[in-house]
Design a protein around this ligand. Structure first.
Ligand code: C2E
Ligand code: MG
Ligand code: MG
Length: 726
């Protein structure tokens, strides 16, 4: 700071003295103001900040002492050098006791005066600098304190014993403690019991720099009162960084350890986000069940454990039967709701330690580790699953029936690695589907791998149509009262040149998805009509030909024309044909479907609802449709129980059909008891292995030739199982 920036005031009642002093200072490069007498001096001092005043003591009216009193009273921060003619020691002492910097007697030695002035100015300058520094320091400390206390992190200092010597105010909002109550307390007070070991390392950190602890995760305990923010969890996840604090930091040999400084960051939100992401990565969002990834994880773990403990484990592959129907006809919202309800019921079947996962779509997988009683254990669970799904599900006033096909593989018998176990459970599941769904089956080596697992179905089907790999089989439909064959259902078969027979269950759903069912359907229609014509031409008794029609095929614009052309081409009257349509086919495009069905009906063609009872039980649409027949799905027949009232579905369908004047065909009749029951409740017709599996055309014509044109040996109108055809 140059002296120019310092302001000097010369006060004297003698203008000559004033001038000579001002000149003297000017020569030394010091600029100064002047005031004649004490009164003017006070005016000057009040107007401007001075650093130094050269003050005469003896002045009339307002003397030098009065000026000094004023300076003191106004708390002016300046130095006063008395330049006075007063020679007494007392005067000097008084002046100094009033705060004068120095006392110079007139006449003064110029050099002495200048030196004194310079010293006073220098001291003043230093004092000013000092003050500035102190102000800055205070300000920075205030700022620092502010930053520390408003920091989102907990900041603390521990002494070498681990007791808090400082902790910022953040601790209040995060853990519910008052910062002051923790001073002197040991850090362990705050640490979650399970994290004591980790905490010991981080909180006692002595290292500094790169080697110090960084971002170590642990949990702190909240104070036990309800004001704490995280009172539900009572623990706060944090990320802690800490380092040692030393005196003489620069000199490693002499430095002394003072304690630890640490910063703890609240990572609750991040943890929650991580947990959510983690959950989502390993769970199915619709049902909250573990997903495929988590199942694979658990299965691989369970296999390792089973290997070590020489135990068995089981994998169940579970596929809902006809779920696609529900999804297609009632929509995804109801489909989703159904999946949720199904998974809740399934959960009730599993034991602790089992993993029920949603594998995708309507597929579930159940991992059963620690099988002790062998197949019996598993059988019980599989039966329980089939059982809990038996009661209808109610969704939005719809009563929905679902069942599940369950395939089971066992470690180590059916596979020792994950993929084999899953694959074999899957194959076993397909065998259940093949055998009429709703049940369970253990894998066995003689089960063949479903075709589509090996080959591309799409090209396969195209080739099959070109190469005549499809053929039709015909399953008799019997009038229960008379035992007569009244019709046959045409069922398509695929004889693959390499893979052998491929069941409709394996390729029809795929063909429906891809639309190839349309071509297959036309092929079936034409061939079934051609066969019927041959029987008619041969003079065989008139029977009805039932043909399955898929939704995609019925959606074709020219389907009605195509069918009526076909009838014309083969000379078949409409009433000899019955088209089997599933409920979901009708429901998905009700308006256009009704229109087409009515046209077909006008041409005499019969319409049957296939697999009735499985789509959903909203029956209100029945009377709107031009239908003649209901085919009760074989799942219901399978469950027919003579002593049980659980036959209510069948009873209801038969009674309802009677009311609507519809023909009823029971599908999948396999036992005499089932047939007896159906007879008792006046069900009209039956179809099933009891009377015959789907048969080649020539076998059918043989059967029809026999007189009476019924299955031979029918007694009391009811065909006996002795006379089953195969
Ligand atoms: P669906 O129309 O309900 O056909 C009846 C199915 O039940 C046939 O299976 C038949 O073999 C089987 N079945 C008959 N009696 C019994 C029995 O007593 N016990 C058991 N467990 N099963 C019996 P298939 O031939 O495997 O056909 C399965 C499904 O594939 C058919 O069910 C039908 O939906 C579809 N399908 C078959 N052929 C065609 C076709 O030409 N066109 C279309 N669109 N679908 C077809
Ligand atoms: Mg059918
Ligand atoms: Mg059916």
């Amino acid at each position: 700071m140059s002296s120019n920036e310092q302001h000097i005031l010369i006060v004297d009642d003698d203008p000559v003295v004033l001038k000579s002093l001002k000149d003297l200072l000017a020569i030394r490069g010091l600029d100064a103001d002047t005031a004649i007498g004490g009164r003017e001096a006070i005016v000057c001092l009040d107007q401007k900040d001075y650093d130094l005043v050269l003050l005469d003591l003896q002045m009339p009216y307002v003397n030098g002492h009065d000026v000094m009193t004023h300076i003191r009273q106004q708390n002016m921060d300046l130095s006063v050098i008395i330049v006075s003619g007063e020679t007494s020691f007392d005067a000097a002492r008084d002046a100094c006791s009033q705060g004068a910097y120095d006392f110079l007697r007139k006449p003064y030695a110029t050099d002495e005066l200048i030196i004194t002035i310079n010293n006073a100015l220098k001291e003043k300058q230093l004092a000013k600098k000092n003050q500035l520094m102190q102000d800055q320091l205070r300000e920075s400390e205030r700022l620092h304190r502010y930053l520390v206390n408003t920091s989102p992190d907990i900041i603390y200092i521990l002494d070498p014993e681990g007791n808090f010597t400082f902790i910022n105010e953040r601790i209040e909002s995060l853990l519910g403690y008052d910062a002051s109550e923790l001073i002197g307390k040991h850090y362990t007070l705050l640490v979650h019991n399970d994290d004591a070991e980790v905490a010991r390392y981080v909180f006692n950190e002595r290292r500094v720099g790169d080697r110090a602890s960084r971002n170590v995760e642990l949990r702190l305990k909240c104070k036990d009162d309800n004001t704490a923010r995280f009172f539900e969890t009572r623990a706060l996840p944090i990320e802690l960084s800490s380092m040692g604090i030393y005196k003489n930091e620069e000199n490693p040999k002499k430095r002394t350890y003072l304690g630890t400084y640490g910063v703890a960051r609240d990572i609750t939100e991040r943890k929650l986000a991580e947990e959510t992401i983690n959950f989502q990565a390993y769970h199915d969002l619709l049902t909250n069940l573990p997903n495929r990834a988590l199942l694979r994880d658990r299965l691989s773990l369970a296999i390792t454990q089973a290997k070590r403990e020489e135990e068995m484990l089981a994998v169940m592959f579970l596929d809902l039967d006809r779920f696609k129907n529900i999804n297609d006809s009632l929509g995804h919202v109801i489909g989703d709701e159904l999946l949720q309800q199904v998974s809740t019921r399934l959960k009730s079947c599993v034991r602790e330690g089992d993993t029920l996962a949603r594998f995708g779509g309507d597929e579930f997988t159940l991992l059963l580790p620690k099988i002790t009683k062998g197949q019996e254990d598993i059988r019980k669970i599989a039966e329980k699953i089939n059982d809990v799904l038996r009661d209808p599900f109610t969704i939005d006033d719809n009563e929905l029936y679902v069942s599940a096909s369950i395939g089971i593989s066992i470690y180590p018998r059916d596979g020792t690695n994950m993929d084999n176990l899953i694959k074999h459970a899957d194959i076993a599941m397909y065998h259940v589907k093949d055998k009429g769904k709703n049940g369970y089956q253990f894998y066995s080596d003689d089960m063949t791998t479903p075709y589509f697992q090996n080959l591309s179905l799409e090209t396969g089907i195209h080739k099959a149509l070109d190469n005549d790999e499809f053929h039709l089989m015909y399953q008799p439909q019997i009038n229960i009262k008379s035992g007569e064959i009244v019709g046959v259902e045409a069922l398509v078969r695929w004889e693959h040149p390499e893979h052998g027979p491929i069941t409709p269950a394996e390729f029809i759903p795929f063909a429906e998805e891809t639309g190839m069912i349309v071509d297959i359907g036309h092929w079936v229609l034409r061939n079934a009509c051609a066969e019927l014509k041959r029987w008619r031409d041969a003079g065989l008794p008139e029977i009805r030909m039932s043909i399955n029609m898929s939704a995609r095929q019925l959606a074709e614009k020219d389907i009605v024309k195509r069918i009526s052309n076909m009838l014309k081409d083969y000379g078949i009257p409409g009433h000899c044909i019955e088209l089997e349509i599933t409920e979901n086919t009708i429901m998905s495009e009700m308006d256009s479907v009704i229109h087409k069905l009515k046209e077909l009906s006008r041409k005499g063609v019969n319409i049957a609802i296939d697999d009735f009872g499985t789509g959903y039980s909203s029956l209100s649409y029945l009377h709107k449709l031009p239908i003649q027949t209901l085919k009760i799905d074989r799942a219901f027949i399978k469950e027919l129980n003579m002593n049980n009232s659980g036959n209510s579905i069948i009873n209801t369908i038969v009674a309802m059909a009677k009311g609507l004047d519809l023909n009823v065909i029971a599908e999948g009749v396999e036992t005499q008891q089932q047939l007896d029951y159906l007879h008792e409740i006046d069900c009209h017709e039956a179809q099933g292995f009891l009377f015959g599996k789907p048969l080649p055309a020539d076998v059918i014509s043989q059967l029809l030739i026999q007189d009476p044109y019924s299955i031979p040996g029918a007694e009391n109108g009811i065909p006996n199982s002795r006379h089953r055809t195969h």
